[in-house]
Ligand binder design. Sequence first.
Ligand SMILES: Cc1ncc(COP(=O)(O)O)c(C=O)c1O
Length: 499
Amino acid sequence: MTGWGALPQQGVPAEQVLAEIAGLREADLPTHGGTLFAYVYDPGVSGLDDLAASAYALSAHVNGLNPTVFPSLLAMENALVGAVASRLGGGPDGVGSVVGNLTSGGTESLLLAVKAARDARAMPWSPEPAVSGEPELVVPVTAHAAFAKAASYLKVRLVPVPVSPATLRPDPAAIAKAITERTVLVACSAPSYAHGVVDPVEAIAAVAAERGVRCHVDACFGGWVLPYLRRLGVGVPPFDFAVPGVTSISVDLHKYAYCPKGTSVLLHRDEALRAPQYFAYADWPGYTMVNPTVASTRPGGPIAAAYATMRFLGDDGYERLARETLGAVRLLAQAVSDVDGLRLLPASGGPESTVVCFASDDPELDLFVLVDELSARGWYAQPQLAYGDLPRSVHLTVTAAVATRVGDFDAVLRESVAAARALGPVHVPGELVSVVANLTPAQFTASLVDSMSAALGLGGRNPLPDRQAMINALVELAPVPVREAMLAGFLSSLQRPTY
Ligand SMILES: Cc1ncc(COP(=O)(O)O)c(C=O)c1O
């Protein structure tokens, strides 16, 4: 590939193109096999990928822009929404009025939940009272960063409420206190991404309802698996439409429903609550555009692939996968608690869903070095930076495929801990410390980021070095706005065209 990037003068044969992609994919971490504890969700079910790919191909050129022209997508979308609603307190056995849409992912679902809540207060026909001044969104500080993105895009003020360092949950009374006459939405997680903790949804929805404010439950991460865990005897607190005051729920199908990337569901308790989610525009000479989601042209492929996945696995299949996942969570948690110096989060009792998260109180055991040691042994955990009074931690998203390998983890963890202790904590060079301590976000220009990247050996085809403890430690030292500027600058430096 030279000259025009991906575009050759003459087209290249199909096998060559596929070989090129396979070659590029060699640089990626493994999406399958249960050793990558973030980003990917692997059920370990043979034949599922091929089925989803065939279904994707069948609908790849169908456009969800106008479902009356392509009723196949409408039928599949409504059936998927029905499946999710029926697991979460909606449908014929629950709240019959629940409606929903497929979106491209969790971030879009949250964006639309915030948009619907904001615009409900701005539409003359809405029964919800208008807000004067900047609308506000109240969330526990553990709510996913996508809420901050939605707030930023939609010009809504984010009001984060602290969580208890022991339970990692907010106090509903503190949520109640944060609600003002400008609050358009209160949101909480079931469960949170970082620690896998289910917020006190009943109490939060009650305080929101008391003030006439919508309450969104972000069940993007684990909302699909929680009902199955409950069926298996796990004490999952109420979090769905059975809880009075819950007005909307988001659930990502590309997470624990094991569908290919690009599908999430946003549910509303009824059609009136959903109405402000739609965007309709007839004031131009082209077609009247009516969109329930951010995208106008909506790809059919992910919808068909999700439909195929859900039909293939079925309720029994998801229960079996949840059982395998739960077994893996318990073994991983046991392996962690058997190691001196590591402690499970939340401190109030360890894993509550499908996340195993741990911290360390041992100053000689640097968790970032431990993550590098695990990677060196083929296990990829996600480091989480210290934030406020919450400690640095290691996050493991556990999916069903982990069950096939979990027996090896205990020994690998022990070895990695011993190696991390032998190496000791990383030391960030003084000059880098002063860069992050003294510069303002505006000073992180492209050329400064380029020279920092060069000094740290970053960039190229594998943008990060194998050992990242130093980089994580450096970023952790930076104040939040500097963390953001530095990492956005670094990503931008990677996203330059190749010719
Ligand atoms: C709880 C929660 N909400 C929202 C999101 C955002 O989802 P996406 O990355 O699909 O946009 C995630 C992603 O991990 C999540 O865990």
